[in-house]
Design a protein around this ligand. Structure first.
Ligand code: NAI
Ligand code: 13P
Length: 340
């Protein structure tokens, strides 16, 4: 597909807004769909999404609407940027409104509770004939809005999809790289949220940089171990959607998952932290699902088990941390020593 595209972005939170704006800035027509009609009207009047990204000027090619049918009329690409718990409901509605040649791309970093499905698997089930892809990488929305150069991975088993994503999104401040490992790219984006919570706890408790470096590297080891077991290519985890996103989210106070970890370590009950957040932190839900799946598959994930014990079993961080360190595997880079 070449030339100008007509695009819908579903979900007018922070990430949907920046992705829609990059595409509109590249000269394509974008409809941003959100449920809040008042906010949609304000976005169109002010060219700013004041609820999520105040001060971030939106391109004139972006129009907000709260009418899904209107947002999807005549589009050739649909991006879905709603939290994972709402993802299937939203794409089910999309399936009734778009033809089979409309490209559908997930921006969501999470896992569906029943059946441990990633978003691309939900897309495949709900829109079996459509070309599908995912976009994932170290992409803090606020930093993109501030104009910091960022990069992301467009992943699909269909080369038309990766090429089209490059065409609509790539620009000086937002670089798009390609991958064929859709599952691995998505899994990296979902798993790193768990370790961002852990890093937030470490930051609140003033862990040293040596300790944080160890946690990050061991996180990558156990993510890759889990990925191999789930059939993803662990080498994908060395790219932007793996180590890149792990590093960013585990080091930034802008990350909602990191903020969650910090707040809990400072003694706030999880329920109170979640109630006070007006944006989604996917990592808590992902932690529970990954813990269950890792136990089922007998994959050792000491950091996941440790964080689970802290958040769900009210165990003391210091005790848990001791047991994590002592339960760790002795091999450093273990996944390359096993057959892929
Ligand atoms: N904010 C970021 O820096 C990045 C976020 N992501 C991922 O993108 C997804 C969305 O994240 P954000 O935009 O940051 O979250 P957000 O919390 O800022 O926005 C989510 C939006 O989805 C809307 N929503 C929730 N349920 C809905 C439903 N059933 N129908 C329609 N709209 C619904 C909410 O009202 C909200 O406007 C998450 O999975 C997140 O992990 C990915 C990359 C970066
Ligand atoms: O995915 C993100 C950055 O790449 C955003 O992380 P949070 O959801 O923790 O804010």
């Amino acid at each position: 597909m070449t030339g100008q595209h007509t695009v819908a972005v579903l979900g007018g939170g922070s990430f949907g807004t920046v992705i829609g704006n990059i595409i509109a800035g590249n000269g394509h027509r974008v409809a941003l769909w959100l449920r809040n009609q008042q906010l949609a009207m304000r976005i169109n009047a002010t060219h700013e999404n004041g609820d999520y990204l105040p001060g971030y000027r939106l391109a004139s090619g972006l129009t907000a609407t709260s009418n899904l049918q209107e947002a999807l009329a005549g589009v050739d690409i649909v991006f879905v940027a709603v939290p994972s718990k709402s993802f299937r409901d939203v794409v089910r509605s999309v399936a009734e409104l778009v033809p089979a040649d409309t490209m559908i791309v997930s921006l969501t970093k999470g896992i569906e509770p029943s059946g441990f499905r990633l978003m691309s698997e939900i897309l495949r089930e709900e829109l079996p004939a459509n070309p599908l892809g995912v976009l994932s990488g170290p992409n803090l929305a606020r930093e993109i809005a501030e104009g910091h150069v960022s990069a992301s991975v467009a992943a699909s088993d269909n080369p038309d999809v990766t090429q089209t994503l490059h065409q609509v999104l790539h620009c000086n401040a937002f670089l798009v790289y390609a991958s064929q490992d859709m599952y691995g790219v998505e899994l990296g984006g979902a798993l790193k949220n768990i370790y961002a919570i852990l890093s937030g706890i470490g930051a609140a408790l003033a862990f040293g940089e040596n300790t944080m470096g160890m946690l990050l590297t061991r996180a990558l080891a156990e993510m890759s171990r889990f990925a191999v077991e789930k059939g993803a290519n662990p080498l994908t985890f060395l790219g932007l959607s793996g180590v890149g996103d792990l590093f960013v989210t585990c080091s930034s106070p802008l990350s909602r998952n990191y903020q969650l970890g910090m707040a809990v370590a400072r003694g706030q009950p999880i329920e109170a932290v979640l109630a006070g957040m007006d944006q989604v932190a996917e990592g808590l839900n992902t932690l529970e699902l990954v813990k269950r799946e890792a136990d089922r598959l007998h994959v050792p994930m000491p950091l996941v088990s440790g964080l689970y014990a802290i958040l769900y079993e009210q165990r003391e961080v210091v005790d848990v941390f001791d047991s994590i360190v002592h339960r760790e595997q002795a091999q450093d880079v273990e996944f390359v020593t096993r057959p892929l």
